[in-house]
Design a protein around this ligand. Sequence first.
Ligand SMILES: NC(=O)c1ccc[n+]([C@@H]2O[C@H](COP(=O)([O-])OP(=O)(O)OC[C@H]3O[C@@H](n4cnc5c(N)ncnc54)[C@H](O)[C@@H]3O)[C@@H](O)[C@H]2O)c1
Length: 276
Amino acid sequence: MTRPDAGLTATRLAGRVAMVTGALRGIGIAIAERYLAEGAEVILADLKAADDAETVAVMKRLGQAASYVRLDVAQEADWQAAAGTVRARFGRLDVLVNNAGVDCVGAVETLGMDAWRRIMAINVDGVFLGTKHFTALLSETGKTSSAGSSIINISSIMGLVGYSETSAYNASKGAVRLFSKATAIEFAQKRMAIRVNSIHPGFVKTPLLDIGMQRWADEGFAPSAQALIDGLDAATPLGRIARPEEIAGAAFFLASDDSSYCTGSELVVDGGWTAQ
Ligand SMILES: NC(=O)c1ccc[n+]([C@@H]2O[C@H](COP(=O)([O-])OP(=O)(O)OC[C@H]3O[C@@H](n4cnc5c(N)ncnc54)[C@H](O)[C@@H]3O)[C@@H](O)[C@H]2O)c1
């Protein structure tokens, strides 16, 4: 039987402008696609050049409401340039999704400083810099609507609970969780009309997960990457890992006016993993 809501045209983000980092694949592109389907104009930001063949193919597929800026989230100059570009081109920003992130695996006693600094630069500095350089535009935009503007920081269940051999990733995602709460309070108390919330996905079928599982398999932790994914499916109360679209649904809620009273909150989307 067809669900009664099937086929409705969704334009709940019409007139809004959203920016998503790490948007060329995985969770980022799923969020960008959902926002576009809901009528937003979406700026995708990622490492590849604008004229790279993959970038061109993605942008062609997404259509005219999507635009692209090349941005390394760890570089302050890139954020400064992006803030200038978005202000000049759109004059507003309703939603900033700090999604770009990398993982890092290894026993703490063998983890190098370079690996530690790289993950902190991307996962933590990136969220700080995005927030810092878009606060002015988000605040101006937020004051024109009752729900305010929205910063959505993609943390992880690894920002809530520890896991063996992922201490650097755990530390970076825990930092994202509390940075989100601190900025939520700061903006609320100053009446800056910016809400800030974090999303905590469980295991999601993306290139990051596939590459990570292959690395663990290559190191002899399991006969294959698929065996590891099967194990994650089995260990998840809902019986499977997530699809990127299921994280995009949470990111849509936090971008929409339905989340007007949510700030400083952590939205866990993990199939029950951390409820055990
Ligand atoms: N996949 C999971 O199981 C999972 C679970 C919890 C949280 N997360 C988080 O979700 C986010 C997205 O993960 P994903 O699985 O889609 O990853 P992914 O590797 O599939 O995609 C990440 C994207 O970010 C881009 N990126 C990486 N470094 C960047 C930088 N310095 N500047 C700009 N862009 C950069 C990459 O080019 C890529 O397009 C990350 O923050 C990740 O930590 C993922």
